[in-house]
Design a protein around this ligand. Structure first.
Ligand code: PLP
Length: 386
């Protein structure tokens, strides 16, 4: 039964606040007494435009988005953004310099690796500044290597952007800082799995994007925050002459912003879920409060796991790179992992299996996971260990 304290730890699509889902369910059936549900009205109608504007406004408030930046939405998921940022950042760089730029990728896990591969596929000259797997003695993505060991970044003269993933959902590696890039080089961040879990200085970024289906919504929308200066681009003819691939129009950031995210059909119901989630965050005191709550829950989990005597669990990630959102570990001993998962399930806890590519256990600590759920899983961890 769905309750206020459903103990679900899936990594995404993920748990959302029960109050949000209940309200969304009502609005799917009928929105504001109109006789129609939110999935049925035109994306260009006044109530739909209000959903776009109000969600944008909530995100601007929550993240203190400065006047220099714009917020918009599109159907692309996180993976679509791997391509979209490549096209759009090359175009913006060409506008500024008349050249086709290169791109630096900081690879610290599965998702930044996929983003680098996608950029390469699309013809971007990709420089891997660091690969967390290659520079780890374990051969796994289990750390953010010390910045002193990274290869040099390109310069503002030849590099369109530096890319990184703020929280690697599969590997449980999260940046505790914003990478420092050379003056004049734009920074692009994938925040799909930790967006709105902590405060962010948006002014440091050229682009922040997030598929919404983990922390703030249901699958179907991505949020993009972009520096307005990056919305200038050369003509299609000029881009083609420079051998820069043209963005499909649905991924063309300037077109999307010009049309208030409504160039083509936006899934308004899905965006409304983001509106409800962001409203709840604002009502609860904003990101300062959410960050404290997220940190407290993550600290409880790691403290519990660290307190278990050796030989029971294997915590996979170096302490200074541990994700607050996705806590990953393995259970030592044949059949023990299944025993852990089965025992959890019998107590009403689900969504704890690690990503199929890495196995093990993954506890996702997104915004909607209550402290009560974290306490509950912590008590199971202790009981299992003993
Ligand atoms: N980036 C991160 C950090 C993710 O966790 C995911 C999905 O899990 C993606 C990108 C890909 O998102 P999508 O499945 O919406 O394409």
């Amino acid at each position: 039964t769905r309750t206020e304290t459903t103990h679900y730890f899936g990594a995404g699509p993920a748990l959302l606040p029960t109050s949000v889902i209940k309200q969304a369910a009502e609005d799917l059936i009928e929105y504001q007494g109109s006789g129609l549900g939110l999935g049925e009205i035109s994306h260009r109608s006044a109530p739909a435009v209000a959903v776009v504007d109000n969600t944008k406004s909530n995100i601007k408030q929550l993240l203190n988005v400065p006047e220099t930046h714009e917020v918009f939405f599109l159907q692309s998921g996180g993976t679509g953004e791997f391509a979209a940022v490549a096209y759009n950042m090359l175009a913006a760089f060409a506008k500024k310099t008349g050249k086709k730029g290169k791109a630096d990728y900081i690879v610290t896990g599965t998702w930044s690796q996929k983003a680098a591969e996608e950029a390469k596929r699309l013809g971007v000259d990709v420089n891997i500044v660091v690969n967390g797997k290659k520079s780890s003695p374990t051969g796994k993505y289990d750390r953010i290597p010390e910045p002193e060991t990274w290869n040099a970044f390109g310069s503002a003269e030849d590099t369109a952007y530096v890319y990184y993933c703020d929280n690697e959902t599969v590997n449980g590696v999260e940046f505790p800082y914003v990478p420092k890039v050379p003056e004049g080089v734009e920074l692009v961040a994938d925040m799909s799995s930790n967006v709105l879990s902590r405060e962010v200085d948006v002014s440091k970024f050229g682009v922040i994007f997030a598929g919404v289906q983990k922390n703030i919504g249901i699958a179907g929308v991505a949020v993009v925050i972009i520096k307005k200066l990056l919305l200038e681009k050369p003509s299609d003819e000029e881009l083609t002459a420079l051998n820069i691939p043209l963005a499909p129009i649905v991924f063309d950031f300037p077109t999307l912003v010009k049309n208030n995210s409504l160039y083509n059909t936006l899934p308004i119901f899905n965006l409304h879920v983001v509106y409800l989630t962001t409203k709840l965050l604002l009502d609860n005191g904003g990101l300062e409060v959410q960050e404290a709550v997220s940190n407290k829950k993550a600290e409880k989990l790691y403290a519990t796991l660290d307190s278990v005597p050796e030989g029971v669990f294997n915590l996979l990630v170096e302490k200074n790179s541990r994700s607050r959102m996705n806590i990953v570990f393995t259970v030592i001993g044949g059949g023990k992992e299944k025993e852990f998962l089965d025992g959890a399930k019998a107590k009403g806890m689900t969504g704890l299996s690690g990503h199929r590519s890495v196995g093990g256990i993954r506890i996702s600590n997104y915004n909607a996971v209550s402290e009560e759920s974290i306490d509950y899983v912590c008590s199971w961890i202790k009981e299992f260990a003993s």
